[in-house]
Ligand binder design. Structure first.
Ligand code: C2G
Length: 133
């Protein structure tokens, strides 16, 4: 069984996240998704709209996601890869080059991001919507 892992906040879940997860799963047979805790997001300078509990529930409901774990910090990836016997580490290419050192443990793949959508764009676009009178 070929195991794949990917990491992210997955806040305001959108088609860019879905495309990434679908393509990550297509690289193997089993997909582990590590979801950033609220505390770790604070370290990343992000504040998710949805709680970790809700973000975990959404990912667990995706049929092709096989396992969901929590990401508590930058440095757990190599341990996760070893503990979960991961064959492929996947991230969107906004992270290209950032995790190359993991290629000592498994294949490292950066997939192109889905253009035109992001959690930040959703938040900004909604700010501009005139309030219903
Ligand atoms: N993504 C994408 N296309 C988009 C938006 C996001 O392919 N339009 C990908 C990102 O490249 C990432 C994943 O979806 O691989 C999750 O994105 P975020 O939730 O923004 O995660 P991020 O804050 O990048 O956290 O240790 C790694 C970090 O936890 C990654």
């Amino acid at each position: 069984m070929k195991k794949v892992i990917t990491y992210g906040t997955f806040d305001l879940f959108h088609v860019g996240h879905l495309n990434l997860l679908k393509r990550a799963k297509a690289l193997g047979d089993y997909l582990v998704v590590a979801v950033s805790s609220d505390e770790f997001n604070a370290l990343k300078g992000k504040k998710a709209y949805h709680s970790l509990e809700d973000r975990l529930a959404i990912l667990q409901a995706i049929e092709f996601v096989d396992e969901v774990i929590v990401e508590n910090g930058w440095n757990q990836k190599s341990l996760d890869i070893q503990n979960h016997e991961i064959d492929v580490f996947v991230m969107g290419d906004d992270w290209k080059g950032k995790f190359d050192e993991l290629d000592e443990l498994c294949e490292v793949v950066y997939l192109s991001r889905t253009e035109g959508i992001s959690t930040t764009k959703i938040k900004n676009d909604l700010k501009e919507v005139p309030k219903a009178s």
